[in-house]
Structures are given as structure tokens and as C-alpha cells.
Design a protein around this ligand. Sequence first.
Ligand SMILES: [Zn+2]
Length: 339
Amino acid sequence: MGRDNRTLSRRQLALGAAATGLGLGCHRHERPPSRLVLPRPRPPEPSTVAEPRPSPVIELRMDDFAVGDDHMEQWVQRRAEAVAAFLGGFPVDRVDLRLNARWGSRVGFGHVYIQAGEPNLRINIGRDITAAKLDADWVLVHELLHFAIPMLADEHRWLDEGTATYLEPLIRARMGNVDERYVWDQFIWGMEKGRPRPGDRGLDATPTWGRTYWGGALFSLVADVRICAETKGRHSLQDAWQAIARESGGRVVRWPIERLWAVGDRATGTQVLSKLHHDWAHTPRDVDLDALWAEMGVIRDGDDLVDLDDQAPRAWIRQALTRPSMQPVERAPVIERTA
Ligand SMILES: [Zn+2]
């Protein structure tokens, strides 16, 4: 389930470490709506419910790593909490997580699967991984996000991978792990790869790497911007995924994609998701990325981010997507370490 097979790029080396302070200009001509994309508390449970739902559990088994067990556990905990914060709760009740030691010092491939109805995640990690490399890692957040997405028909794999690819840097920005510039630098690099190439037959019928990971991410970005714009900031793609994760119970069920759109559209009070999929499913729709970046104030030079312009007409959407969350984490997973 690797998003790409790059080793750390120069950009990641420069930006991957935890960053604080956005260092941006602060003059906005349009006041961003204050409610935008902050995780909203769930409605209280009816008082007739006698037993509260138990906390989700991550059953963690791991080999020996140079940084030590406690550090590895904290790394898992913090990222799982960030995913739970974004989704309004960790999406499944239980995950069997196994961290396998391999030769080397990097985070390798992750693999999500369901076995006997139980969600499993395996990640291969170099035994000599450093704290800094763990901190700069994107794999774990990406893989945990797959648990929020019901199992879908094969032709919709782009939605599964694209959603995880798109949301991962946003969540890492909100948890303070990367800064806003990192997110848009990644998106400049990646979204271009998600555009249709000659011979493309639409997202549902073009299972290439670029269209699966970044085509799906481009779908998510365009949908998110449309939802924010149509609702004047009252809703975002986050509301859709919170509702989908909550109503489906996540990866443990198989859903037709129409059901997913019905729940997502209802949560945002729009028809953005169903309409966009209808439009993109079997037609190679291109996206004018120059125009998209310009309206969001993302200034680039080729593949590189140059600056973020807070005066751009939709800079308020761009800023809201990565704004850190101040909400307490609901249904944070409890880690149970087993030998
Ligand atoms: Zn994946």
C-alpha cells in the first residue's frame, strides 16, 4: 500500500522534521469562518444507553528497535490519536498492529488487511530507525486512515488510496508534525501525477499508480475545496469522512460506493461527492492546477513551492485545511502491548 517508492527526497529531508510556526504573513482580506473544519463534538449518547462503547484498542506487537519499545509505542499512540481526532474517533474497535524489524533504518511498506473480520496492519521498519526518521514518517498515518474507509469494489481503489494520500499530510499538519508549507509542497509534487494521461478512461477504469494514489488525492482536494466553497466554510471533506467512518464502522464492512456518497453528501449538505464521482468515473476530466493553486494562494516554480499568498481569494480554505485542532480527542485508541 505504498504511496510511492521514493526514498526521502531533498524536500522531505528539508521539511520533514516537526515544524512549528507557520511564518506566514497575517493580512487577510477575507475573514475565514471560525467553524471551518474543526472536529465537531459528537451528539451526546441517549441516556437510555446503559453501557458506553469501550475504547478502541490497538494491540501492538513489535520486534526490537534501536529507539526502544517505549519510543515506538509513543510514535504509534500519537499518530493514532491524530487520526482519531480528525475522524471524530478512531474508526474501528480493534486493530492488530505488528511492527516487523527489517534491515536498515527506514519505515518501509505497510499492509492493511482484514482477517476473520479483524483489522490488521503490518509495517516493516528498519531496526536502526532513528527518532527523527520516525517523526518524519508518513506511512503509519496513511495506513491508519485506510481503517476509516469501508471495503469497496476493485474499480474504486483510487478512492481508498487517494483519500489516505490526501488526508495524511493534512492530519500531520494539524497534529503539528509538519507545517503548512510541507503540505502544499507535497501536493504540488503529487497532484500533477494524478491528472489524466492520454488513453485515460476515468478514475474507475484507469488503475495506474498515478491515477490510483494521486488521481484519488486530486479528487479529494477538488471535492474538499468545492464543499468548503459551497457551504461557505460550514463543512469540509472532514465532515463526510467522520460520518462515513461512524455510520459504516470503517474497514470491517463492504459498502457500495453510492452508499458512501449518500452519507458523505448528507453530512456536508451538498451533492459534491456524488456529482464529482459521476463526472470523473468514466471520463478523463483534467484539472487546471495553475488556476487551482492561484485561487488558493499556492505559488510554485515548477515542482517547488515558492510562497503561500494569504491574499488569494481562496486562501482561507487552504489555511483551514491545515489548521491545528484544539478539540479533545474522542475515542482515542488504547494501546495494549503484547509480546
Ligand atoms: Zn494505502
